[in-house]
Design a protein around this ligand. Structure first.
Ligand code: HEC
Ligand code: HEC
Length: 469
């Protein structure tokens, strides 16, 4: 709570200036979001019960996750030509390594690091969230790709590179990201705690949960059908038809794929999964591509555990796969009541309290199956499905079967220690995040109507329950 206080005061000043709706709607509701839960992070460590070799690879991945990347001349080469940041950890650090956007925006200093001449885009505020952008259209045709914020031009390790930053103007509200250039949309970092358990949930468990309470869900406007672009559909891999589950639109299949994509999209570092540079301007390419590959020649340090041979993307995936979920605060009567109301009014129809991982999940360990990943109850508070969230949240981007207003039910574990909410980070206030579920076309409208009808005390219980997660 303490470190958040200063941020709240600053953001209040900016909100008043820009007269956003943020604070006024809190006044209307009796419930108040007390802000980020204080105390120890309770997240960032390994899953309990890892084997010795799993622990070696977790730690190896963790240190790679924190490495700062450069263009050339270092052990870590290949940053850019275009990039959003220079380190996985920079965007995934609240309340600890592997988390989400921190209180102090790390991108401000990245813009001019090592002689770079980048302008800080208007939606990157010192006390606002890390945001990356996607363009709805480019040159009049549908786009949808991530457009990196920065270029390496001007950096001491990129002499001769002279490409220009994209233009993100006109500006809107820097804190909420609302208003301004109508062609760009934002995404904030999702936390990575417990994602290995999410990866280990079988498709059959997601589909069985989709069928559960179907009549009740339908009566609330929450419906579903596996094989079509309908309400509550699943997002499927275009090639093999299995369920994709990572990212705000559940657009990505696996941690390895996301790691490789992030390495390329966020840092401009190519790998064996993404071998080509996104910008191939010859004067801006300084190292061999793919920038980071397996290391055939590395001698084994021991007969069983040799993390040095794997490439970074595998290291990142190992770290995330064995990263423990957040530890919730101990139950109190208020929190227990809040949980009951959360279930009673229907939040849990999308935010499924728990799913179970497969019986036999392999991690790479000599011990198969991995005890830490197999047969675990995962308290994620998500059905891992995508839902229509209405006009107010729509970002106009289609990814797989997730249409312009569809998003993955955000897993709620760890929200107690999160600072920014919703896919674009438009609010730091949980009451507002809940109210934003309601707009024309949202499957959550009837549930939010119920939320608005219950007593202030019950609403407060839900907020306190969420801040305990
Ligand atoms: C510039 C900030 C930034 C950096 C650097 C960054 N990420 Fe992310 N990360 C994001 C954002 C934004 C999202 C959400 C993207 C989306 O869904 O469109 C995300 C989402 C993810 C997810 C999806 C998790 C889930 O369940 O939704 C994974 C996995 C991930 N990042 C891994 C990494 C790894 C590994 C690295 C380093 C190679 C990295 N990220 C570097 C911003 C960043
Ligand atoms: C129809 C399914 C659905 C229902 C019902 C629903 N949610 Fe959500 N919830 C979502 C989706 C999808 C998102 C992500 C939306 C976005 O980011 O644009 C979300 C996001 C959130 C977030 C923000 C999490 C984050 O990572 O930023 C909170 C908090 C939340 N929901 C709480 C609730 C509560 C409390 C209720 C009940 C009053 C509720 N939700 C009902 C689907 C639902």
């Amino acid at each position: 709570m303490k470190p958040f206080q200063g941020v709240a005061v600053l953001s209040l000043a900016i909100c008043v200036l820009a007269s956003t709706p943020s604070r006024s709607s809190q006044a209307k509701s009796g419930a108040v979001d007390p802000g980020v839960r204080g105390g120890p992070p309770g997240a960032g460590g390994p899953l309990p019960g890892l084997t010795a070799d799993e622990t070696v690879f977790f730690q190896d991945g963790q240190s790679r996750f924190g490495e700062i990347e450069t263009v050339q001349g270092d052990s870590n080469d290949g940053l850019g030509p275009r990039f959003n940041s220079n380190q996985c950890l920079s965007c995934h650090s609240q309340p600890n390594g592997g988390g989400s956007s921190p209180a102090q925006n790390p991108l401000i200093s990245v813009a001019t690091l090592d002689g770079a001449k980048d302008t800080v885009p208007w939606f990157i505020a010192p006390n606002g969230p890390v945001r990356e952008t996607r363009f709805k259209k480019s040159n009049g045709v549908p786009d949808g790709n991530v457009h990196a914020l920065f270029v390496i031009t001007g950096r001491q390790d990129a002499a001769g590179c002279n490409i220009r930053q994209f233009d993100f103007l006109p500006a809107g509200n820097p804190l909420t990201g609302q208003g301004g250039n109508a062609n760009i949309i934002f995404r904030i970092p999702t936390p990575l705690f417990g994602t290995g358990l999410i990866e280990a949930i079988p498709d059959s468990a997601i589909l069985a949960n989709l069928q559960a309470n179907a009549t009740l869900k339908a009566s609330l406007g929450i419906s579903g059908h596996p094989n079509a672009i309908l309400s509550g559909n699943v997002n499927r891999s275009a090639n093999d038809g299995t369920i994709t589950r990572f990212g705000w639109k559940a657009q990505n299949k696996s941690l390895l794929l996301f790691a490789a994509e992030a390495y390329n999209v966020e840092m401009g570092i190519t790998s064996e999964l993404f071998p080509q540079e996104r910008d191939e301007t010859p004067s801006c390419i300084f190292t061999a591509t793919p920038n980071n590959v397996l290391n055939f020649t590395t001698p084994a340090t021991s007969a069983t555990s040799n993390p040095a041979v794997i490439s970074d993307i595998e290291g990142f995936a190992n770290f995330m796969r064995m990263l423990a979920p957040p530890t919730p605060a101990p139950d109190t009567p208020t929190i227990a009541n809040g949980r009951a109301t959360f279930i009673k009014i229907g939040c849990a129809h999308c935010h499924t309290p728990s799913l179970t991982t497969g019986k036999m999940i392999a991690s790479g360990s000599a011990t198969v199956p991995s005890a830490a990943l197999s047969n675990q109850t995962v308290h994620l508070f998500s059905d891992l499905l995508v839902h229509h969230m209405g006009k107010g949240l729509a970002d106009g981007i289609t990814q797989g079967a997730a249409g312009p207003d569809e998003f993955r039910t955000a897993p709620l574990w760890g929200v107690g220690q999160r600072i920014f909410f919703l896919h674009d980070g438009r609010t730091s206030n949980l009451v507002e995040a809940i109210r934003a579920h309601k707009s024309r076309g949202s499957e959550a409208n009837r549930v939010i109507h119920q939320f608005n009808k219950v007593s202030t005390e019950e609403q407060q219980g839900i907020i306190d329950f969420l801040r305990a997660l």
